[in-house]
Structures are given as structure tokens and as C-alpha cells.
Design a protein around this ligand. Structure first.
Ligand SMILES: [Zn+2]
Length: 262
């Protein structure tokens, strides 16, 4: 596959003999390349996990958040990075860009930064299965002239945040962590990060939880109308993965966490 920059992407399993051949050819022709490893898990491995990190696919990401008018309470938020900002209104999504409109019309699940927005059928399946720790918020499309129209969709909402992850976690980039709160500004530095948690920190975990750490690019100077806010990641039990799978929702990567003694 060739992207808009002219870069060429090749995807191969790591046991494919063509991978070795390709590396030899790249070396021989002095071509610069980078490799990204992505772990693929069997259903049995996912089912056996204590919790799964839900990674957000780019393909179904829709613009939205504070710049579209979503309201937040900043009382307990970090003044430097806004981590801890509490959403107090429905989630506002863009409905003027044709690409965003197409995603809202065709994707069963769309994402907005760290937030997950499901259609009503999937929301009903989650409720019907008695998933714990989950509630929902309304979602609005913001159209021309700031006209707001409620969508037949629900934002997944989870109140329960786990304690900080274990330092044994792999694939996290702490370089941009907020110097003020040490909680915002985390990034995943590989496609398949493996979060580790101490066993005792998982006591009280629900089916749907959020991370203590807040992830993603931050742009914040106190003015929400121009802000890009970080957000906590979702950690769910295999029960939630099975419901997504049985509903035919694809595109998400579900990554087992690693449970450690300390
Ligand atoms: Zn901060």
C-alpha cells in the first residue's frame, strides 16, 4: 500500500520467509525502512485475559470534543494539561466535513480521540448483557451554523479508573508526561503496547474501566474552545470484547494486559 506521502507499507507475518528476503533486498538496494510489530491474539488468548486494552483505530475517528462545544468542568483538572477535566455535556461530533459525515453514516462504532461512540444496537447489547461499570451519554452532530442534531448513538462512559499502571508496562512513551501532574501526556510508542498492573490494583475492576493515565496530544491554555484534551484509555473484560465481536464490530485491537505481583 502507498500512502499520500509516497511511503510504501508492506504487511507480513513475522514467520513469512518473504520478510527475510525483503530485508535483504532493502539492504542491497540501500533503501531506508522502519518496522512496526503488531501482536495478533487468538480468541482463546483474549478470552483468558484479565482485562483488555482497547486501542482506537484511525479509520473511524471523527473530529469532536471541546472545540465543537462539548462542555467540561475543569475544577479538578491539571492547569497545565487539563487531565482530570470532567465532561459535563453530551459529546459533540463534527458533521460538516464529508469524511466525518461518511463515518457517522457507515461505521457502527466511531471514536473521538479516546472516546468510543457505539450505535444503539450495540449499546442495547451491552446493557442486555449486564456489563458493569458502563453507562452512556448522548451524542450530537454539529452541522452548519452550529446546528446541533442528536444522533442515534451513545458515548460509552465509565466512572471507574484503575490505579496507575505498573512500571513493568511495555510500549508506553513517557517523554511528554506532564511535569505538573505526571498523569497526562502519555503515548503508546508501539502498535501493541502491553500494560501491566499489580494484581492487588485490579481488585474492584469493573467490566469497563478507564486508565489513571491520560493519553494523547494536548493543546490547552485554559480556553476550551481551542483545546485538544488528553483522555484515559478503556480497559475492559473479555465479556465486552465478545459482545463487540458477536455484533460484528471490527477494527479495534484488543490487547491483553499483563498481571504482575508488584
Ligand atoms: Zn498535567
Amino acid at each position: 500500500m502507498r500512502d499520500v506521502h509516497g511511503d510504501i507499507y508492506v504487511t507480513l507475518y513475522d514467520n513469512d520467509p518473504r520478510l527475510t528476503l525483503l530485508r535483504h533486498l532493502l539492504l542491497a538496494y540501500r533503501v531506508d525502512w522502519r518496522e512496526f510489530g503488531r501482536d495478533i491474539f487468538t480468541d482463546e488468548e483474549l478470552d483468558a485475559a484479565r482485562l483488555l486494552l482497547v486501542t482506537i483505530p484511525d479509520e473511524c475517528m471523527v473530529f469532536g470534543g471541546p472545540r465543537l462545544g462539548t462542555q467540561f468542568d475543569l475544577t479538578n483538572a491539571c492547569r497545565a494539561c487539563a487531565t482530570g477535566a470532567r465532561q459535563t455535556s453530551a459529546l459533540m461530533l463534527d458533521s460538516t466535513d464529508p469524511e466525518d459525515v461518511a463515518k457517522l453514516e457507515t461505521c457502527r462504532v466511531v471514536t473521538c480521540y479516546q472516546e468510543i461512540v457505539v450505535d444503539e444496537q450495540l449499546a442495547a447489547a451491552l446493557v442486555g448483557a449486564g456489563v458493569t461499570g458502563l453507562s452512556f451519554r448522548s451524542v450530537y452532530a454539529v452541522r452548519e451554523s452550529n446546528r446541533q442534531v442528536e444522533l442515534p448513538r451513545r458515548q460509552m462512559w465509565a466512572e471507574h479508573a484503575l490505579p496507575p499502571m505498573s512500571p513493568h508496562s511495555i510500549g508506553i512513551n513517557p517523554r511528554d508526561v506532564c511535569a505538573s501532574c505526571r498523569r497526562g501526556g502519555f503515548y503508546f510508542s508501539q502498535l501493541s503496547p502491553r500494560l501491566a498492573y499489580r494484581a492487588q490494583d485490579l481488585t474492584g475492576a469493573m467490566d469497563v474501566n478507564r486508565t489513571w493515565e491520560w493519553y494523547g496530544y494536548v493543546k490547552f491554555n485554559g480556553d476550551l474552545s481551542e483545546a485538544v484534551l488528553p483522555g484515559p484509555a478503556f480497559l475492559v473484560t473479555p465479556k465486552v470484547w465478545r459482545i463487540f465481536r458477536d455484533e460484528g464490530v471490527t477494527g479495534f485491537d484488543w490487547l491483553p494486559i499483563h498481571v504482575v505481583d508488584e
